[in-house]
Every structure is written in structure tokens, then in C-alpha cells.
Write a protein that binds this ligand. Sequence first.
Ligand SMILES: NC(=O)c1ccc[n+]([C@@H]2O[C@H](COP(=O)([O-])OP(=O)(O)OC[C@H]3O[C@@H](n4cnc5c(N)ncnc54)[C@H](O)[C@@H]3O)[C@@H](O)[C@H]2O)c1
Length: 261
Amino acid sequence: MTLKGKVSLITGSTSGIGLATAHVLAEQGINLVLHGLASDAEGNKLAQQFQQNYGIETLFDNTDLKDETALIAFMDNAIEQMGAIDILVNNAGIQHTESIDTFPASKWNDIIAINLSAAFHTMQKSIPKMREQGWGRIVNIASVHGLVASANKSAYCAAKHGIVGLTKVAALECAEHGITVNAICPGWVDTPLINNQINAMAGNDKLTVKQAKYKLITAKQALPEMTDPLQVGELVLFLCSNTARTITGSAIPIDGAWTAQ
Ligand SMILES: NC(=O)c1ccc[n+]([C@@H]2O[C@H](COP(=O)([O-])OP(=O)(O)OC[C@H]3O[C@@H](n4cnc5c(N)ncnc54)[C@H](O)[C@@H]3O)[C@@H](O)[C@H]2O)c1
């Protein structure tokens, strides 16, 4: 089975894990709907680079996932332009760390909207065509925080536990239609998302950025190395393969033994 010519929509693919996943899928000749909070000019340039480098079709959209109406319009437009979304990767996410006592309600709402509710809407729009075609792959980039908790991450943990639950329900509903639905649960991945946490630790503990990075990793992971975003992309690709066709409803850690403890 070849994945060449299939269409993948990856939310939050202008940075980090989403961008790395886009490169991994593009290498297979998979057409891409790229998405993220970049300007039209930046996003279109990125889409053009993918077209030129990989000889694939691309589309770029910078819909803010907090805007439900705009998100639904984005999905309708992407499906109309590309025919169908065969491989949906719900990846976009944000973080805010603060204790529940003072956690701003606006941050709670944003994290739930971007990290959880957006995936419900993209799935609701993508599944009917996948079902018609009898094939589809949905990969939700959750987190170890979909499996275990950390202090000061109430909204993030709630959203990530939620997306693991959503993944399992969708897997059951899609199981007889050739569609698999899985969640990937990374530990620390080397992307801009965790810069604030590293910088805060460096400031509070009077450490260099390198020392703070090491301290942050080893506070949670037995394996003292961050995952490379490309490794997550390769795992997404594996889940799209025929070999993985019976893996569904799973929440797969890639976490340096964080959740083994
Ligand atoms: N980096 C880690 O250590 C780590 C660990 C576990 C899980 N994750 C998860 O992986 C996913 C990707 O994270 P990353 O580390 O690559 O982050 P990143 O900050 O590098 O990229 C986030 C992407 O989401 C997009 N985005 C953010 N807010 C948005 C909004 N309101 N509307 C539309 N797009 C928006 C950004 O434009 C960007 O493309 C997230 O869901 C994150 O929770 C990351």
C-alpha cells in the first residue's frame, strides 16, 4: 500500500512536531494541508517550499482554532479543495503553567478550545469522507499528560486526558470502516512549546539554559534526552502504514520512560 497522493491535514504544522511531521509525510508524496498561526505570506511561502521540495500539492491556512466558526469553514474549504482528508493529525497545542488557585479562566478556555475541542471539530468534518472511502488515519498528538498529571498544568492535563478519551471513542465508532484513530503521548520534545518552562527554571534556579533543560528532562524522564520532533513524525507515519492497520484506540507513549514510573 502506498501513501503517495493521499491528503493529510496537520494542525499546527508551522512549528515543532507538526512541521516535522509534515516533512516526514511529504517525503512519502502525501499532499498537505499546512496550518498554524503564521501570516499569509509566511504560510504561503512554507507551502510553496513543500511543493517545490517534495513535488506535492499543498494548501496553507492560518485559522485560529479558538474560533469555532472559522475552524468549521477551514475544514469545509480544505475538503472542497483537496477532495478529502485521508490522514488527519490533530497537533496544534498551547501550554500555560500556573496553580489552579490563580489559573486564568481565559487560559483554561483557550487550552481546552485549541488542545481538545478543535480535534472534535476536525474529526467530525473528516470522518464521513474517510468512512465513504473505507480508509482513514487519525492521529492525535496528546502527551504524557494525557496519561499522568503534573502540578500547575490543570487545563493542559484536562485537555490531554480528554483527547485520549476522544481518541478511544472515535476508534470504536470507526473500527469497521478501515479508519484507525490513535493518540501519541510524547514526553519532552525539543520544540518552542517548552522554551518558557526551560527559561523559567533557568531564572528561578540560576542555571544556564543547557543545565535547566537537563534538570527539566530528568525531573520526569528516566532517559535523559528529549525526543526529536522528527521521531514523532516517524511514529505518525508508522500509524498510517498498513502494518499498523490493527492498532487503533491506543495511546502510545514516546517518553523516555516518564510514564513507566
Ligand atoms: N514539546 C513537547 O515537549 C510536547 C510534549 C508532549 C506533547 N506535545 C504536544 O505536541 C503538540 C505540538 O507542540 P509543539 O511542541 O510542536 O509546539 P509548537 O509551539 O512548536 O507548535 C504549536 C503549533 O500550534 C499552532 N497553534 C498554537 N495556537 C494556535 C491557535 N490558537 N490556532 C491555530 N494554531 C495554533 C502554532 O501556530 C504552531 O504551529 C501540542 O499539542 C503539544 O501539546 C508537545
